[in-house]
Design a protein around this ligand. Structure first.
Ligand code: MRU
Length: 351
C-alpha cells in the first residue's frame, strides 16, 4: 500500500491519535463501559499512561512512545533550544522503561532517535512527521498481515484468540484480529472464542467489544476453559499477537498464551502468531532472554478494589510468557510468513 493512500483507521474509535498538538489516548481501562479519551502534552504523563494500561498492546505503546518523543522534544526545545537533544534524555529513559516486554516501544523510540542528528532548528515538525509515518505504516502492515493470514483460513472456521491484538492494541485494524476481520470478510469465520485474559480482562472486555463492533460472532470463555473448548469444538486455529519474537521464533505474548499453545498441540489445533516486523527482535537469541514484566501482586489478590485472597498471601503476576517456536505453525508478518519457525528461517526473512 502506498504511504499516500493509508487511512488512519477504519474503526470508529482509535487507541492512539494526534490532535491539535496533543496525544489522545482512548482509556482502555474503562472499556467497554465508558468511551473516554484523555489528552497528553507531556512525555512523562504518557510513560505513566503506558505503565498504567491506559494504552496497551505492543504496537500501540510503540506508536504512543513515538508521539511522546515529539512531546518531549517540544518541551526540551522550549526549555533550552541549544541543548534539546541532551534535555530529552530523561523523558526518553522513562518512556523506554515503562513496560519491558514489548520491543515495539524501544523500536519506535530508536527510530525517532535516528532523526535527531539531522534536525536543524525546532525538532517538533520533523519528529511529528516521523511519528505519523510509524503510525500509518503500522496500519498498512496490519492490513497486509490480515490479507496474508486470512489466506490460511478455510471456510467455516472456528478460532480461539487470547488477550487483545486488535485495533485497540495497534495503530488500527489489528494483528491477530486483523487476520480474523479479513477472514470474516472472506466468509471463512464461523465463530471466535475469546479467552478472558486475567487479570486485566483484555479478552473479555476489549476483544469481545471490538469483534462485536465488527459484527463478528464472538464467545467469551474463562482462560481455564480453553482445553475444554478445544476438545468439545472443532477449532481450526489459535490466533494471537506478540510482544516480542526472538531470533529462533520463540514468542512472548500475554500470560496464558503458552498454556493455550500446549493445549493446541495436544488437540491438533494450529497456532498462528501475527505481528509486524517491529515486534521481531533478532538481537535476542531465544525466548529465554526476553524480559518478562512482573506487575503488582494486588492485580492477582484483588478483584478491582475488592480483596479476594487472604491478607499477607504471596502472589506472583507475570504479564507475559514464552511460547517455544516448536509449538508454532506460522508467524505472519507484513514481510511474509514463516512456517514452523526456527533461526534459519527467521534469519532469511529478518536477517
Ligand atoms: O498487557 P497488554 O494488554 O499490553 O498485552 C498485550 C498483548 O499481549 C498482545 O497480545 C500483544 O501486545 C500483541 S498486540 C497486537
Amino acid at each position: 500500500m502506498d504511504d499516500e493512500n493509508l487511512e488512519f483507521s477504519v474503526e470508529a474509535y482509535s487507541a492512539v491519535s494526534w490532535n491539535a498538538g496533543m496525544l489522545t489516548l482512548l482509556d482502555q481501562r474503562k472499556l467497554p463501559k465508558e468511551i473516554n479519551y484523555l489528552d497528553y502534552d507531556s512525555a512523562i504523563a504518557v510513560a505513566v499512561a503506558i505503565k498504567d494500561m491506559v494504552v496497551r498492546g505492543a504496537p500501540a505503546i510503540g506508536i504512543a512512545g513515538a508521539y511522546a518523543v515529539v512531546l518531549a522534544a517540544r518541551s526540551a526545545w522550549q526549555e533550552a533550544e541549544e541543548s534539546w537533544r541532551e534535555k530529552i534524555e530523561g523523558d526518553i529513559h522513562k518512556l523506554a522503561t515503562a513496560r519491558p516486554t514489548a520491543v515495539n516501544l524501544n523500536w519506535a523510540i530508536a527510530e525517532m532517535r535516528k532523526l535527531f542528528d539531522s534536525i536543524e532548528g525546532e525538532p517538533e515538525t520533523a519528529l511529528l512527521e516521523l511519528a505519523q509515518r510509524i503510525h500509518s505504516k503500522d496500519i498498512a502492515a496490519n492490513h497486509e498481515m490480515g490479507r496474508l493470514g486470512a489466506e490460511l483460513i478455510t471456510a467455516n472456521s472456528q478460532i480461539i484468540t487470547h488477550c487483545n491484538a486488535g485495533a485497540l492494541a495497534t495503530g488500527g485494524y489489528g494483528t491477530a484480529l486483523g487476520v480474523i476481520k479479513t477472514a470474516f470478510k472472506n466468509g471463512s469465520i464461523k465463530n471466535v472464542f475469546s479467552s478472558e485474559t486475567r487479570p486485566w480482562f483484555q479478552g473479555a472486555r476489549l476483544t469481545s467489544w471490538e469483534l462485536q463492533q465488527a459484527q463478528i460472532p464472538v464467545t467469551v470463555v474463562i482462560d481455564s476453559a480453553i482445553a475444554s473448548v478445544m476438545i468439545n469444538n472443532k477449532i481450526a486455529w489459535l490466533i494471537v499477537g506478540s510482544d516480542r519474537i526472538a531470533a529462533n521464533g520463540d514468542v512472548a505474548n500475554k500470560i496464558g498464551t503458552y498454556c493455550h499453545a500446549i493445549s493446541a498441540y495436544y488437540h491438533g489445533v494450529k497456532v498462528m502468531i501475527v505481528a509486524p516486523s517491529s515486534t521481531v527482535d533478532m538481537e535476542v537469541e531465544s525466548g529465554a532472554y526476553i524480559p518478562i514484566e512482573n506487575r503488582g501482586k494486588e492485580e492477582v489478590t484483588n478483584f478491582k478494589t475488592t480483596r479476594i485472597a487472604p491478607n499477607d498471601i504471596e502472589a506472583i503476576n507475570p504479564g507475559f510468557d514464552i511460547t517455544p517456536a516448536k509449538l508454532i505453525d506460522v508467524i505472519v508478518t507484513e514481510k511474509g510468513i514463516v512456517h514452523n519457525p526456527d533461526t534459519k528461517k527467521m534469519l532469511a526473512l529478518f536477517g
